[in-house]
Design a binder for this molecule. Structure first.
Ligand code: PMP
Length: 400
C-alpha cells in the first residue's frame, strides 16, 4: 500500500552530514551542521553538565514519573528569567507563561500551533534568508509564510531599509519572526539602535514579535547581551513570544530541551493562554522529557554552577570568535581577491561566506569540505588545524 510513496530529499542541512559520513578522505571537514566542536574536532559535553548529571544520578529520591503537560516548573521559571532577565517586570507581574518544549524546534512549533488557533492574523513574516526549518514549521502549523528583506549580498550585511519597508507594508497584526541574536544563516544582527527602530515600527503597527532564541550566550559569550533584543520588546509592556533552545548554549543538542514563553497583557490572560498551550501539547506528545530539563534546572538554580556554565559558554564563544580571526587572517595571507571582513564582522556560529552553489560544490568535490549549498559554514566546526585547508579551498574556489 505504500509502493507509490516518492522518496523525499535529504534535509538540506542534515543531509550535509550524511554526505560527509560517506566520504573516506582523511582531510574531510564537516562545516554543515551547527554543532560545537572542540579544537580537536570532537563534540563537547560541558563539565557543569556532567556534574549536574552526576548529581541527578546520585539523588535516589528521583523517580521517572511523567512531568506535567507544561514540563518541569522550576525549569520553566528559570528559563523565563534567563531570557527576560531576573528583574523583568513582565515576570514580576505574572504575565509570562512558559512551557517546556522539545528544544527550539518544538518551542517554535507549539507557539505556531497556538497562534494558528488563537491569534487573529495568520501571516508570519520571516527573514530572507532564514533557518531552513522555519518556513516548514510555520506552514505545517497552519500559518501563512511571507518574507521580509534581511540580508544584502552586496554589503554582506543587513538590508535595514528593505527590512523596514517590508515590515511597514505588512498588514497590521501580522506575526514577525525575529532571530534574537546570531542570525542563522547570515551571522548578521541589527545593532541596538536598529533594534529600537524595528521595535518602534512593530509596536506602532501592532505587529506581533515571535523571537527565536537559539544562541543566547553563544554570540557574544554574554547571556544578558545576547538577550537584549528580546528584553527591549518586553520592557515596553507589549506582548511577544519567545522560543528558547538549550542545544547550543548548554550543548544539550540531543536532549531536546527548550521553552516557549508567551508574554501577555496581564496575569489573567497569561493563565488562559497557558491552559490553551496544554491543549496544543497534550495531543502532540502528552508531556516533555524529564532528563534534559532537570540538567538545566540544576545548573540555573545554583549560583556556583550557573557561574561555571557562563565560563564554559564564554570559552565556546571565544573559540568561535578566534576561528573567525584565524580564517580571516588566512584569507589575507593568501591574498584572496575580494573583501573578507564579513568573516570577522558576522556574529555567532555561522559565517555566510558569499560563496555560490558552484563554488561550494567545487570545494566539496576537490577539498572534501562539506557545507550547506548557500555557502554557510559553521565556525564551530573549524579548528586551527583545519583553517589552512579551508582557506586553500576558498582561495581556489574564488580564483579558479
Ligand atoms: N532556530 C534556529 C535559528 C536554529 O539555528 C536552530 C538550530 N539549528 C533552532 C532554532 C532549533 O534547534 P533545536 O531544535 O535543536 O533547539
Amino acid at each position: 500500500v505504500f509502493a507509490h510513496v516518492v522518496r523525499a530529499p535529504e534535509d538540506p542541512i542534515l543531509g550535509v552530514t550524511v554526505a560527509y559520513n560517506k566520504d573516506s578522505s582523511p582531510v574531510k571537514v564537516n562545516l554543515g551542521v551547527g554543532a560545537y566542536r572542540t579544537e580537536e574536532g570532537k563534540p563537547l559535553v560541558l563539565n557543569v553538565v556532567r556534574r549536574a548529571e552526576q548529581m541527578l544520578v546520585n539523588d535516589t529520591s528521583r523517580v521517572k514519573e511523567y512531568l506535567s503537560i507544561t514540563g518541569l516548573a522550576d525549569f520553566n521559571k528559570l528559563s523565563a528569567k534567563l531570557i527576560f532577565g531576573a528583574d523583568s517586570p513582565a515576570i514580576k507581574e505574572n504575565r509570562v507563561t512558559t512551557v517546556q518544549c522539545l528544544s527550539g524546534t518544538g518551542s517554535l512549533r507549539v507557539g505556531a500551533e497556538f497562534l494558528a488557533r488563537h491569534y487573529h492574523e495568520h501571516t508570519i513574516y520571516i527573514p530572507q534568508p532564514t533557518w531552513g526549518n522555519h518556513p516548514k514549521i510555520f506552514t505545517l502549523a497552519g500559518l501563512s509564510v511571507k518574507y521580509y528583506r534581511y540580508y544584502d549580498p552586496a554589503t554582506r550585511g543587513l538590508d535595514f531599509q528593505g527590512l523596514l519597508d517590508d515590515l511597514t507594508a505588512a498588514p497590521s497584526g501580522a506575526i514577525v519572526l525575529l532571530h534574537a541574536c546570531a542570525h542563522n544563516p547570515t551571522g548578521v544582527d541589527p545593532t541596538i539602535d536598529q533594534w529600537e527602530k524595528i521595535r518602534k515600527l512593530m509596536r506602532s503597527k501592532g505587529l506581533l514579535p515571535f523571537f527565536d532564541s537559539a544562541y543566547q550566550g553563544f554570540a557574544s559569550g554574554n547571556l544578558d547581551a545576547d538577550a537584549q533584543s528580546v528584553r527591549m520588546f518586553v520592557a515596553d509592556g507589549g506582548e511577544c513570544l519567545a522560543a528558547q533552545s538549550y542545544a547550543k548554549n548548554m550543548g544539550l543538542y540531543g536532549e531536546r530541551v527548550g521553552a516557549l514563553s508567551i508574554v501577555c497583557k496581564d496575569s489573567n490572560v497569561a493563565s488562559k493562554v497557558e491552559s490553551q498551550l496544554k491543549m496544543v501539547i497534550r495531543p502532540m506528545y502528552s508531556n516533555p522529557p524529564i532528563h534534559g530539563a532537570s540538567i538545566v534546572a540544576t545548573i540555573l538554580k545554583d549560583r556556583q554552577m550557573y557561574d561555571e556554565w557562563t565560563v564554559e559558554l564564554k570559552a565556546m564563544a571565544d573559540r568561535i570568535i578566534s576561528m573567525r580571526q584565524q580564517l580571516y587572517d588566512a584569507m589575507q595571507a593568501r591574498g584572496t581577491p575580494g573583501d573578507w571582513s564579513h568573516i570577522i564582522k558576522q556574529i555567532g556560529m555561522f559565517t555566510f561566506t558569499g560563496l555560490n552553489v558552484e563554488q561550494v560544490s567545487f570545494m566539496t568535490r576537490e577539498y572534501h569540505i562539506y557545507m550547506t549549498s548557500d555557502g554557510r559554514i559553521s565556525m564551530a566546526g573549524l579548528s586551527s588545524r583545519t583553517v589552512p585547508h579551508l582557506a586553500d579551498a576558498m582561495h581556489a574556489a574564488v580564483t579558479r
